[in-house]
Design a protein around this ligand. Structure first.
Ligand SMILES: C[S@@+](CC[C@H](N)C(=O)[O-])C[C@H]1O[C@@H](n2cnc3c(N)ncnc32)[C@H](O)[C@@H]1O
Length: 201
């Protein structure tokens, strides 16, 4: 099972929400890719932050496509795809947000994500290294703690694919330990000094 947790890297995810929301104003179709979503904790963290910032109405126009190579992660005994998590995994969620977006599931000690957030997310098994673009209209790609699994050439290929899949002005988040390969410098503008948030040029 992959290492991940709810509200990991909240600061950079919140910053992405801040930058994304103005880009989505007046749009009825906003697509987001969460690449290497593991068991969906990052996906639902982002969905919660987005819901808090956008409100229910605008949220209806958003879809989050969450992909991972590992079936065990994206399926996780079907609980992840159903938005169901054991209480142990939910402890880092701020209490008010937990109250707002989770309710008890049928199974004891398990909780289910609210339908409004579940409706945003579609999980899919997918290997990034096939380099087959999924869509070409993403406004944001979140790819954290994934690129470190790849060699330098593979990183260039995967980030180039992200560039092709993003709309002009679309955003890419990578983990902070990753920097943009110099070869791709002309394709992206780094938006802040302290995080790997890039805008497609
Ligand atoms: C350390 S987890 C990161 C999870 C989450 N993004 C986070 O930051 O908490 C890395 C994830 O990348 C996935 N991954 C590794 N290689 C991949 C590939 N070629 N295609 C898609 N996902 C991949 C792994 O299965 C794993 O779930």
């Amino acid at each position: 099972m992959a290492f991940t947790f709810f509200f990991r890297d909240e600061q950079i995810l919140s910053l992405a929400v801040q930058k994304l929301v103005p880009l989505t104003m007046g749009r009825s179709n906003v697509q987001i890719l969460n690449a290497g979503c593991a068991m969906g904790m990052e996906t639902y963290t982002f969905a919660i932050l987005l819901a808090e910032s956008m409100g229910k109405f605008a949220l209806r126009n958003v879809k989050i496509h969450a992909i991972d190579i590992d079936n065990e992660n994206v399926d996780f005994g079907k609980t992840v795809t159903d938005g169901i998590y054991h209480k142990e995994h939910l402890q880092r969620i701020p209490a008010d947000l937990f109250q707002k977006y989770f309710s008890p599931a049928e199974k004891e000690d398990y909780f289910i994500v609210s339908p409004e957030l579940r409706n945003l997310v579609q999980f899919q098994k997918y290997d990034l290294l096939t380099l087959k673009p999924l869509r070409n209209d993403y406004s944001l790609v979140i790819c954290k703690n994934v690129l470190l699994h790849f060699n330098y050439q593979q990183r260039i290929e995967v980030i180039t694919m992200y560039h092709n899949m993003l709309l002009n002005g679309g955003l890419l988040i990578m983990e902070n330990t990753q920097s943009m390969p110099v070869e791709l410098g002309p394709k992206f503008k780094k938006l802040v000094d302290y995080a790997q948030l890039h805008e497609k040029i």
